[in-house]
Design a protein around this ligand. Structure first.
Ligand SMILES: Cc1cc2nc3c(=O)[nH]c(=O)nc-3n(C[C@H](O)[C@H](O)[C@H](O)COP(=O)(O)O)c2cc1C
Length: 347
């Protein structure tokens, strides 16, 4: 997932029960500029862009040539690399660079954002199914099979049931191992309810092709699972079968991972501001302000590990309890504070 699919969030999600994690969508051309490095200090595998994109901004600390980082000790067998592409040759070449360090390659054919569709990638591929088929077939034959790793695709629904089922039938002939369906069309936003009316038919279709899908297991059976983004963005421990950790504990665990893996400051700030409830309370506002004003990673670390005082939070919970009569003494009580929507990030 873009921004929230970086290493610290992935590790936290895995620690709390997520089975498979997706990296952020990375464009084929970007991977082709990368070299692989074994980072002995962090025990990570890093893909660094050798292309000089920082002309004039050498001292800009916001610049990083780190494109992708994985921590095999934990992520081995659990990490799916997601690629943006609209070109079979580039897709295959890029996939060959990355395949040994990941457990599978997923093609993003669901992103409706301009940066993706203007160059024929993302949800634009839904309108060029032959091209999407070629990309998937070539990846299956030239990368998936030789390396015994799954190739998959993520799509959205087309405007009608027939069109969607037709598209899925075509994709199922390519040899893909998995298909993720975002149950919205490309013009729908995340705040609109997903369309699940003919999910059963889709599942049957996939089963005919002997493909295993995952989606809301309790509702549709054990061969189905789901890809979770927004809930994991707000609290990556949401996969925990015993319930997610309170947000302030999650933030503390998260910042330690960011520190350990030298996460990019901008990404750390972004993720934390998603995890900290954005209520109207003075406390939340103050915390958001402090994080966004922090100049260094150490400053952010201090705010979260030292200044984020659980007593203040509990006091805050008491005030809320009196004001709106919610039972904030219950675990996960902060879920009841309204949090912002993901806005522009719906891909
Ligand atoms: C912050 C954020 C980043 C996302 N990045 C990606 C991405 O890189 N690739 C992708 O296929 N979907 C991406 N998505 C879309 C989600 O995978 C998912 O289809 C969508 O958010 C609906 O699921 P949800 O209700 O669990 O968020 C992203 C969503 C969010 C909120």
């Amino acid at each position: 997932m873009v921004r929230i699919g970086e290493l610290p969030t992935r590790l936290l999600a895995l620690k709390y029960g997520c089975d498979l994690v997706w990296g952020p969508e990375i464009i084929d051309k970007k991977i082709l500029t990368c070299e692989r490095f074994e980072n002995e200090k962090l025990n990570t595998i890093d893909f660094l862009s050798t292309k000089n994109q920082n002309s004039g901004s050498k001292n800009n600390e916001n610049f990083s040539n780190l494109v992708f980082r994985t921590y095999p000790l934990i992520e081995k067998d659990k990490l799916i690399f997601q690629m943006g592409t609209s070109n079979p040759d580039l897709a295959v070449s890029a996939a060959k660079i990355i395949i040994n360090d990941v457990s599978g390659i997923d093609i993003n054919a669901g992103c409706p954002k301009h940066f993706s569709i203007h160059s024929g990638m993302g949800a634009a591929l839904l309108s060029t199914p032959e091209l999407l088929q070629t990309i998937l077939k070539r990846l299956v034959e030239e990368v998936g099979k030789p390396n015994k790793k799954p190739i998959s695709v993520k799509i959205r629904l087309l405007p009608t049931r027939e069109e969607s089922l037709n598209l899925i039938s075509k994709l199922l002939t390519t040899g893909i191992s998995n298909l993720t369906l975002h149950c919205r069309t490309k013009t729908m936003r995340n705040r609109e309810p997903p369309i699940r009316d003919y999910l059963k038919e889709i599942i049957e279709k996939c089963n005919e092709h002997n493909k295993r899908f995952f989606f809301l297991q309790s509702q549709y059976g054990k061969s189905i699972g789901c890809m979770i983004a927004s809930a994991a963005e707000l609290n990556p421990t949401c996969f925990n079968e015993f319930g997610e950790l309170p947000w302030y504990i999650t933030c503390k665990e998260f910042i330690k991972l960011c520190d350990q893996f030298e996460n990019h400051k901008g990404n750390t700030k972004y993720c934390l501001t998603r995890m900290i409830p954005s209520g109207k309370s003075k406390f939340s506002k103050k915390l958001h302000d402090l994080i966004s004003r922090a100049k260094t990673h150490d400053e952010i670390k201090k705010i979260i590990l030292q200044d984020l005082n659980e007593n203040d939070i509990l006091k805050e919970q008491d005030i809320k309890k009196r004001n709106i009569q919610h039972d904030y003494s219950q675990p996960n009580s902060f879920k009841k504070i309204k949090v912002g929507t993901t806005g522009d990030d719906e891909t």
